[in-house]
Write a protein that binds this ligand. Structure first.
Ligand code: SAM
Ligand code: SF4
Length: 322
């Protein structure tokens, strides 16, 4: 379906849990976040029904996220369930990778179409400093287990000043040695992200160009998002940039979000949401579909990250799914 600004909305990101087994300091407070009663969280069947209705509005691609989606029991079953929904063409996952080794085979068997692994550093100690946990080796092992299956893999890096912005080369070179894309994501001023200084992707691209020479844009479709990709000669994968701040891409926005408690979010930047929980619990399929359409039609023209005082979304990213 097309929104009020002529954009085709065919992608829904679903946060299936607020819980996480890490505490990335730009995403989640060290003490964790307010624990939501289980009865407030959508069941796997309710999520599937919302996707069934969403597909009737033209949603074709689903991303499972969180919190950490793999800590929710039934995550892999949900992926299998969504793969059977008529009209849904692609189901992908974003994970911190800590539990990936354990689930890699099952994710493949359930038909997962692609996986993004968040990894901000290749330094074990720095990893513990950023995430609060000594889990670097588990994530690397998870990536190597996932590589055994023909599921496209991307590494997501959020550079932050004075912490990991000196690792641009080492992180990029993961795409030289492995068949995966490495993507740099600009820190967004949401929740704890407001306390960090974003590193412009232009700065990283310039460093890469200085080191590797002029990079050739790669125009092939790599995913559902607004990343700009480049190919470096001799590399197996590409390097991508998601530049929400310094390369505003709202004119190409193709998505809505669904939180774990059933709120549809038209835009990441604003707190506004529309609840579908009651409608799905009352088995009012038509009403669920109407609310999804309403969320699509309420999408604003663009975010306001360049003017943080206009950002009304105050919740942590873990609650809204990133
Ligand atoms: N736990 C999973 C993970 O880490 O991939 C999925 C949820 S996490 C909220 C999704 C993505 O959002 C991660 O790649 C994370 O680095 C990113 N993220 C969190 N806070 C952010 C912020 N303020 N700005 C930009 N990206 C952020
Ligand atoms: Fe957890 Fe992902 Fe947030 Fe890190 S970015 S705290 S792994 S939800």
């Amino acid at each position: 379906m097309t929104d009020n600004y002529g954009r085709i909305i065919d992608y829904m990101r679903i946060s299936i849990t607020d819980l996480c087994n890490l505490r990335c300091r730009y995403c989640m407070p060290a003490q964790g976040i307010h624990w939501l009663p289980m009865e407030d969280i959508l069941t796997l069947e309710e999520i599937t029904e919302i996707c069934r209705q969403a597909s009737k509005t033209g949603i074709r691609k689903i991303k499972i996220t969180g919190g950490e989606p793999l800590v929710r029991r039934g995550c892999t079953e949900l992926i299998g369930m969504l793969k059977t929904v008529p009209g849904i063409e692609q189901v992908t996952l974003t994970t911190n990778g800590v539990l990936l080794a354990q689930y890699a085979k099952e994710l493949y068997e359930k038909g997962l179409d692609a996986v993004n692994v968040s990894l901000d550093t290749l330094d074990k100690d720095k990893y513990a400093e950023i995430t609060g946990f000594d889990a670097f080796s588990k994530v690397m092992y998870g990536i190597s287990e996932m590589e055994k299956y023909p599921v496209p893999l991307k590494i997501n890096v959020v550079p932050h000043r004075g912490v990991n912005d000196n690792e641009w080369q080492q992180l990029t070179e993961l795409a030289r040695d492995h068949s995966l894309d490495v993507r740099f994501i600009e820190m967004m001023p949401i929740g704890l992200g407001q306390q960090f200084q974003p590193v412009s992707n232009m700065e990283i691209l310039q460093k890469l160009q200085k080191y590797y020479g002029v990079l050739k844009p790669d125009t092939r479709v790599h995913g559902n998002g607004p990343a700009a990709y480049y190919h470096i000669p001799g590399f197996k994968g590409c390097v991508g940039f998601i530049s929400a701040i310094h390369g505003k891409f709202c004119a190409q926005c193709n998505r809505i979000r669904l939180t774990s408690i059933g709120q549809l979010k038209p835009c990441l930047s604003y707190a506004d949401s529309i609840s579908v929980k009651e409608a799905v619990r009352n088995q009012q399929g038509d009403e669920v579909r109407r609310l999804i359409e309403q969320a699509i039609l309420s999408k604003p023209c663009g975010h306001s990250f360049e003017n943080p005082s206009a950002v009304t979304e105050m919740r942590e990213m873990a609650k809204i799914g990133g």
